[in-house]
Design a protein around this ligand. Structure first.
Ligand SMILES: *[C@@H]1O[C@H](CO)[C@@H](O)[C@H](O)[C@H]1NC(C)=O
Length: 124
């Protein structure tokens, strides 16, 4: 474990910061300090944001949870049987590449029904 970042790392960070600023991409951490857990109202959280094409959505969560991107019907019914994608790595990022709604639920047992569901309405 190095104590300071190498020049190459700093250069890479500078490039990332530069170019994100140019396209004005915003990185949203779902639930902010709460992360992705049972408890917060993610419907309300999602409605309070203006997601733009090019922004990122990052889910941070512990090993008891997962993040599934699903179709609208499965979002509405909390059906975890055929997600578009599924991850339980603990940190999952989505690039919001196109306008329109994106649907996310927790794929673990009935946690979607307990509120772990988010719709991100992405606009240009
Ligand atoms: C979450 O927030 C939405 C939008 O404000 C609201 O309609 C819904 O009733 C809330 N759900 C709970 C469980 O409080």
């Amino acid at each position: 474990m190095g104590r300071s970042w190498s020049g190459a790392t700093m250069a890479a960070v500078a490039v990332v910061m530069c170019c994100m600023a140019v396209v004005e991409a915003y990185v949203y951490t779902v639930g902010e300090s709460y992360g992705w857990v049972v408890g917060p109202n993610y419907t309300a959280w999602g409605f309070s944001k203006s997601f733009k094409v090019g922004d990122y959505l990052v889910f941070d969560y512990s090993s008891e949870y997962s993040v599934d991107e699903v179709f609208e019907n499965d979002y509405n019914t909390c059906n975890v049987d055929h997600p578009i994608s599924s991850d339980k790595s603990g940190s999952t990022a989505f690039n919001l590449v196109a306008p329109g709604p994106r649907y996310f639920i927790c794929g673990v047992s009935d946690l979607c029904k307990k509120g772990m569901k988010l719709v991100a309405n992405v606009t240009t």
